[in-house]
Design a binder for this molecule. Structure first.
Ligand SMILES: [Zn+2]
Length: 422
């Protein structure tokens, strides 16, 4: 299809779908369909389509040229008609999105865990995560340090958990492995997997001897809370914008490396809104501070997202993608993928982020630009079948995928370090 066709589609569909604003037409998503459309966001121009009031961009794959969209029932027929008229192929994946979300929407938030406890039998809500993190240092005095690295727009603390085995001798500068999770509010399995990793690391003295692990398990606490109580598919933070009814910046478009480049939104109502400036948001500034403090000794950085089951490596901003480290990055990812499968986990792909996604202002690119050698965005389970609401019985298996990969990474980086000395 030509660009002209796309513009026609956009103008007509914009008229059909009405004004762009930030309130979902129906936050229970009753009757919303999920469509896989054979076109990409800049071409579809979702902002003009009335997204996000009656549509939600769930994911896109630049390599495959496809977009996964949720569409409100009352707009569905017209939207499908427009796609057909414009010659854009599409496929219905899910008929009623609300069926996936019924349990958390009726979840009994009064039955909370005892203070400091955690569970992987279900997703933990914000107060439980916060209380678990705050209790960590007193439970593991010689291994864990918790720092507040900033506060969110609504004033919630953003925590950094440092796990390190303290030695009696002089403090040595161990290599750092840095994990970022929860940048996108609706990707609940991301913070859950980060906390799973914390628990596993604390049982593994050998991995703590040779590396210091730093984790920001919930970068976007405001968005996380909003995704529990108001809109299960909320993605951004909760910053007010120049448009009174539109909130939120996509934190993973707010970093100062090719900010405002490809696949970033200039419209504050877009789910991909990049913010008014690079690092305009307190959440991304907090992460910048935490990364900058240890960037010299950070050997690896993993940004946990969902969904897609893919290890993505920089650069994200360019399709040319290849940086001088591509071969090393692919080899190391290949080792992690094999270990996950050998441990009974699921199949992960490996791809250059520029080929799969092509986005500007993402945290992975910014961290790589700071000189950190091994940077990945790990898209966790699944492949889109459950649209961010990965069933609770898959929290532990997904956490195991991350744990298996990180165990391999930790050992591999230690091995390389030894080699260098010899
Ligand atoms: Zn994400």
């Amino acid at each position: 299809m030509t660009l002209r066709g796309g513009l026609t589609l956009l103008v007509v569909a914009a008229a059909v779908l009405g004004q762009s604003h930030n309130h979902r037409a129906d936050p229970t998503y009753s009757g919303w369909n999920v469509l896989e459309v054979k076109a990409l966001p800049p071409f579809l121009n979702l902002e003009a389509l009335g997204f996000p009031s009656h549509m939600d961009l769930l994911s896109f794959n630049t390599g495959a040229g496809t977009t996964l969209l949720a569409v409100a029932q009352e707009r569905l027929t017209q939207f499908m008609q427009r796609l057909t008229e414009a010659g854009v192929a599409f496929q219905t994946k899910i008929n009623d999105l609300s069926q996936l979300f019924i349990r958390p929407l009726t979840y009994d938030v009064t039955r909370s865990l005892p203070r400091g406890d955690l569970t992987f039998d279900r997703y933990m809500y914000y107060q439980e995560i916060e209380s678990y993190i705050e209790a960590l240092p007193s439970k593991h005095r010689n291994k864990v340090q918790v720092d507040e690295i900033g506060r969110s727009v609504e004033g919630r603390p953003i925590y950094l958990i440092t796990i390190n085995k303290k030695t009696k001798t002089r403090k040595v500068d161990k290599p750092v492995i840095f994990i970022e999770a929860g940048a996108h509010a609706r990707e609940w399995v991301s913070p859950a997997s980060a906390l799973y990793l914390v628990e596993r690391l604390l049982e593994s003295p050998s991995l703590l001897r040779n590396a210091e692990w730093r984790l920001v398990p919930l970068l976007n606490p405001d968005g996380y809370v909003y995704s529990w109580h108001h809109d299960r598919l909320w993605r951004k933070n909760r910053a007010p914008s120049s448009v009174p009814e539109c909130f939120g910046v996509d934190l993973n478009r707010n970093f100062d490396f090719y900010w405002g480049g490809v696949q970033a939104g200039r419209d504050p109502c877009s789910d991909l809104y990049q913010g008014s400036n690079p690092f305009s948001e307190p959440e991304s500034r907090a992460l910048r501070k935490a990364v900058s403090a240890v960037k010299r000794r950070t050997k690896a950085y993993i940004s946990l997202h969902s969904f897609g089951q893919t290890f993505l490596y920089p650069w994200s901003y360019s399709r040319a993608g290849n940086n001088s480290k591509s071969k090393d990055l692919v080899n190391l990812a290949d080792g992690m993928v094999r270990k996950i499968e050998a441990a009974g986990g699921t199949r992960y792909n490996i791809s250059s982020s520029g080929v799969s996604l092509l986005v500007g202002g993402a945290s992975d690119d910014w961290v790589a630009s700071q000189g950190v050698p091994y940077v990945y965005t790990m898209e966790l389970r699944d492949r889109g079948e459950t649209v961010f609401h990965l069933p609770e019985h898959l929290i532990v298996p997904t956490g195991e995928d991350v744990w298996t990969a990180m165990k391999y990474l930790g050992r591999k980086l230690r091995y390389r370090r030894k080699n260098k000395r010899n």
